[in-house]
Design a protein around this ligand. Structure first.
Ligand code: PLP
Length: 387
């Protein structure tokens, strides 16, 4: 075989990105677990509860009823209507025709970025930012401008001046993720209004990733598209993974002005065709009949957040109190990559380096774990000198 067959010329778009750092840590943690190590895995971005029983039953019923074919590309009408109704409850003037149901929120984001970002287009991210935004923009050829909320306790409102300086008429897209992964910050209504003012002034499309929208502990998160002037410039991203504990089902959606839906729909139909049929039926049940279960999970996350913050305070570590999602940023060494690697290899505690989110000096902890495991993790980190 010749050398050229062994090393194909890969496309620039894949050379520009790295594999997901969070998935890399999870893989290493799984490897250690398979070697019999007792790993406390606080790296995973998923609830540790089973999918609600009625949702599982709805999925099984859909399979039994033969819902195993392709569906309309943008989703079954019943689910699109249920999603539109949820969005209307959130104050968004939603129509089922302005929606695409996707295999996970990630695919919805990917299609959005592919539809709107060309080579050299400017996308603004709020740091610390979820790992995949940067990769998606780079794959599309876009350029990144970053605004850091770290000095402001991860809040957006005090960073609005910096955001105002970062955006311009050349900005094509701004990504807002509240509640935030990795910080757990929930942005104030004033912050969202500030985003609206800037977006309108500079004619920017805002991607509002609201996947943790139902996991908040204080005030509810206002949907950006519900703000005056935002309905025709907001792409709302959401999904079933987090609120309904349905990560493996792969179900999400985007809601956007018709033109964006038409263009993103091309990417959608030529890549995944549609989301899985019986999963969409389970999604209808999740949206319509799980309020009590969603609340129960949220209360449990809140309890664990409080426990973890207390345990950390007891060992002298102060953290910003997250108001949503199930993550917390732990201040660690400047070399957070080395810290996380050592904590995993020596204490068998898995966390994600803050650098993955452009937040060096931190490790992201997911507290979607039992109280016993959270205590165990902090005990190990303290006794091995990591905290
Ligand atoms: C901020 C954020 N957006 C989107 C996603 C995508 O989730 P999914 O594709 O499972 O719906 C995730 C998953 O971790 C996330 O944390």
């Amino acid at each position: 075989m010749s050398d050229s067959q062994l090393s194909p010329q890969f496309a620039d778009r894949v050379e520009r990105v790295e594999p997901s750092a969070t998935i890399a840590v999870s893989n290493l943690a799984s490897e250690l677990k398979s070697q019999g190590k007792d790993v406390v895995d606080l790296s995973v971005g998923e609830p540790d509860f089973p999918t609600p029983e009625n949702v599982v039953e709805a999925g099984k019923d859909a399979l039994d009823a033969g819902h195993t074919t392709y569906t309309p590309s943008s989703g079954i009408p019943a689910l699109r209507e249920a999603i539109a109704s949820k969005l209307r409850d959130d104050g968004i003037d939603a129509d089922p025709g302005e929606l695409i149901v996707t295999p996970g929120g990630k695919q919805a984001l990917f299609e959005t970025v592919q539809a709107l970002i060309d080579d050299g287009d400017e996308v603004v991210l709020l740091d610390p930012a979820w790992v995949s935004y940067e990769a998606m923009v780079r794959i599309a050829g876009g350029d990144l401008t970053r605004v850091d909320t770290t000095p402001h306790d991860f809040q957006l409102e005090p960073a609005l001046d910096a955001l105002g300086e970062a955006v311009s008429d050349a900005t094509q897209m701004l990504v807002v993720n509240s509640p935030s992964n990795p910080t757990g910050a929930v942005y104030s209504d004033a912050a969202m209004a500030g985003v609206r003012d800037l977006a309108v002034e500079h004619d920017i499309t805002v991607v509002s990733d609201e996947i943790y929208g139902r996991v908040t502990y204080g005030t509810e998160q206002a949907s950006l598209a519900s703000f005056d002037g935002m309905s025709d410039r907001t792409v709302t991203i959401n999904g079933f993974s987090k609120a309904y504990s349905m990560t493996g089902w792969r179900l999400g959606y985007l809601h956007a002005p018709e033109g964006v839906v038409d263009q993103a729909g091309k990417i959608h139909s030529h890549s995944v065709s549609c989301a899985t049929n019986f999963v969409q039926h389970a999604g209808v049940e999740a949206l319509q009949n799980t309020d009590a279960e969603v609340e129960r999970m949220r209360d449990s996350f809140r309890e664990r957040r409080d426990i973890l913050v207390d345990i950390l305070a007891d060992v002298g570590v102060d953290v910003s109190l997250p108001d949503g999602a199930f993550y917390l940023m732990l201040p660690v060494d400047n070399d957070d990559q080395a810290w996380c690697e050592a904590a995993l290899e020596e204490s068998y505690v898995a966390t994600v380096p803050g650098s993955a989110f452009n937040a060096p000096g931190y490790a992201r902890i997911s507290y979607a774990a039992s109280e016993e495991r959270l205590r165990e993790a902090v005990d190990r980190l303290v006794s091995d000198g990591f905290l």
